[in-house]
Design a protein around this ligand. Structure first.
Ligand code: FES
Ligand code: FE2
Length: 356
């Protein structure tokens, strides 16, 4: 446990400061989402490894209204997602089984079905062709569900999809955070990035003790209590912070449930919940949206300032990490030293989410 306000005081020089210094806010927002052309291939960077399995965020729930169709790209796959008139979201591989049109561009919802824009074939949520408007009968092979299924669930104001490279059905339920749907808590404040690296390298960052000093400039190496529990992982940092009102204890609890569900709860000085939507797009690209919520009542005074400070610090750290992640290789057998934090333990824990 870090029992020291110094752990949040920034003193040492930050390695990547030069890359970020002097950026105006709008320039930074563009930088966070910009392409990174000419980067080495995933093979060259050791990133050509399978995607891990688990639940991953697809969209925020309110980004898909009943009757809406959208194209998506995740897990190196072209996908189409739609919400039927019944309110349920469904997702399929995007290309039509007829002549291969991308149904996310121009497709429409017919009742609860997805209608292809090319010849109006209609699909149910499992990819069964339920109707062909100009044919007497559907070819028998198309009355069977698609081989690859994308089970969906909604929780925490997000639509989640289950990905498993061998097609196994969901192995656990998504964790619900009461705050995320509590009307007394704010709508999400969203900050987004495109990171040109792997999900695993990003997740490892939380246990990489030494980088906090050299990348983020923390004065000490933060220590946290780690709990490894099947597909779950929790790290807890408690710190006493000196404030004008005296010393206040704060707690940061970061949780990971499978490779695709991560959240951070900041409590004590202020209340804030971060639900992280971090989803692989390609082997070397991850879509990142950090969604923050806090109690509506927490609008002014020290708590509100602390909540703002927490959000600012989390985003600042992500900017700094991005500079590293965008160019980092994945080394399957890294050499680590004492003081590095439980990197090897993390890797052993993470290995459970790969097939084979
Ligand atoms: S390509 Fe989709 S209906 Fe023909
Ligand atoms: Fe970091």
């Amino acid at each position: 446990m870090a029992d020291d306000a110094a752990s949040v005081v920034l003193t040492s020089p930050v390695a990547v400061a030069a890359a970020l210094a002097g950026m105006a806010e709008d320039e930074r927002a563009r930088w966070r989402m910009a392409d990174l052309p000419g980067r080495p291939s995933p093979v060259e960077r050791g990133l050509d490894i399978p995607f891990p399995y688990g639940w991953f965020p697809a969209l925020l729930s309110d980004e898909l209204k009943a009757g809406e169709v959208k194209p998506l790209r995740y897990m190196g796959a072209d996908l189409v997602i739609w919400r039927g008139e019944d309110g349920r979201a469904r997702m399929l591989d995007a290309h039509c089984r007829h002549l291969g049109a991308h149904m996310g561009h121009g497709g429409r919802v017919a009742g609860d079905m997805l209608e292809c824009p090319f010849h109006a074939w209609q699909y149910d949520g499992e990819g069964v062709v339920a109707a062909i408007p100009y044919a007497e009968r559907v070819p028998p092979s198309l009355t069977r569900p698609c081989e690859r299924q994308w089970p969906l669930a909604e929780a925490n104001r997000m639509i989640w999809f289950w990905h498993h490279p061998a097609g196994e059905p969901p192995m656990w339920e998504i964790e619900h955070f009461p705050e995320a749907t509590d009307p007394e808590w704010t709508d999400y404040e969203i900050h987004e990035w495109r990171v040109y690296g792997s999900l695993q390298n990003m997740a490892e960052n939380g246990v990489d003790t030494a980088h906090f000093r050299y990348v983020h400039g923390t004065a000490t190496f933060p220590t946290s209590e780690m709990i490894w529990d099947g597909p779950r992982r929790t790290s807890i940092i408690e710190a006493g912070l000196d404030t004008p009102k005296g010393r206040v204890n704060s707690r940061i609890e970061a949780r990971q449930f499978g490779p695709g569900q991560t959240s951070t709860r900041f409590t004590g000085l202020a209340e804030t919940l971060l639900v992280a939507a971090v989803t692989p797009v390609e082997k070397d690209e991850v879509r990142v949206r950090f969604c923050f919520t806090h109690p509506r009542a927490q609008t002014e005074g020290l708590s509100a300032m602390a909540a703002r400070g927490f959000i600012h610090e989390v985003c600042r750290q992500l900017d700094q990490d991005k500079v590293i992640w965008d160019r980092q290789r994945y080394l399957p057998r890294p050499v680590v030293c004492d003081g590095d934090g439980p990197i090897l333990q993390f890797r052993q824990w993470y290995r459970q989410f790969y097939v084979g």
